[in-house]
Design a protein around this ligand. Sequence first.
Ligand SMILES: NC(=O)c1ccc[n+]([C@@H]2O[C@H](COP(=O)([O-])OP(=O)(O)OC[C@H]3O[C@@H](n4cnc5c(N)ncnc54)[C@H](O)[C@@H]3O)[C@@H](O)[C@H]2O)c1
Ligand SMILES: [Zn+2]
Length: 352
Amino acid sequence: MKIIDVKTSPKYQVKIAAGLMDRLGEEMLAVLGKPCAVAILTDDTVDALYGSRAEEGLKASGFTVCRFAIPHGEGSKTLAWWGKMLEFLAENRLTRSDCILALGGGVPGDMAGFAAACYLRGIAFVQVPTTLLSMVDSSVGGKTGIDLPQGKNLAGAFYQPKLVLCDPDLLSTLPEETLLDGVAECVKYGILDDEPLFRLFAEGDWKAQLPEIIARCVQAKAEVVRLDEKDTGCRQKLNLGHTFGHAIEKQSDFAISHGKGVAIGMVMAAKLACQLNLCDESVPRRIIACLERVGLPISADYSAGVLLSAALSDKKRAGSKITVVLPEAVGQCGLYPVPIETFAQWMKLAVE
Ligand SMILES: NC(=O)c1ccc[n+]([C@@H]2O[C@H](COP(=O)([O-])OP(=O)(O)OC[C@H]3O[C@@H](n4cnc5c(N)ncnc54)[C@H](O)[C@@H]3O)[C@@H](O)[C@H]2O)c1
Ligand SMILES: [Zn+2]
């Protein structure tokens, strides 16, 4: 088993091992001290696959369990469904000494975490991520929340879980397309500061090494989160490919998934960096070859103007400046805050 310490306040561990799902009860008992009531918050797809296994495991360790599933997909990450989650907790009379188990991908994970942050002004929660994206990204770092009609993730809280359990075996049921969304984030960690990880995707048998890959990505995210828990400084590095990627996702009306948007966004960032002489041309070339090898897209047919207006409505903009993450090499990136006018020119260079 791989164990990674996330040194936030409070701190917690991410455990990664095949078969962890079958030790859910024992693992939760170890962090919670004694059995309590656990509300499993999940989505309908994950519930059908793993809900009863999780429930039985917890009951075997003495927990009482209730279960609530939202319809799967980003469309459920709403105030209305989140409200139903809170009402479910109240109906089942969960108290401050009880616990929420967030079981699923980033959608139920973010929502359940936010419910944990708000219900009774905060109760314990444990994450069992079931997508690659949620294992390497959303379950670590304490960002929780929901979407509003005005935009994604506009309401939420920083709220850390008590424990994160990653069981790579759960990925066996994941559709290939959903797995690839997570792969884009893993490749991102490689480009950011782990060239050997990048090479695993560019040359290696990455599917055979998922537990190791998850551990490296979680380690990288944990380190960034430790340095910048509230996302005001270096945590912005995790946005590599995201400024362009979000614009692409949005412009496609979310027909292009997050991971695919990020993949295309990383290519744009690399091309831009190359044009600005921050890196040599081998960087975009290697990134393109790697993404194509794993089956991710490398371009989308949108003009600079269209992507610019989509990007400018992004919430991650601080005042009149926009911070772009650019690769200086595969395994090294920098933060570049620029005025909007410069960003507009950069968008043209990135699209060319
Ligand atoms: N909190 C953060 O720091 C953070 C970071 C990145 C992304 N996010 C959020 O994460 C969300 C995206 O996460 P996601 O891609 O995991 O989305 P998701 O939770 O919607 O999962 C994607 C799909 O996979 C299905 N699924 C999940 N696990 C499965 C399994 N083991 N087998 C078969 N099917 C399975 C789900 O039912 C869903 O249909 C977005 O809402 C995004 O905003 C949050
Ligand atoms: Zn992302």
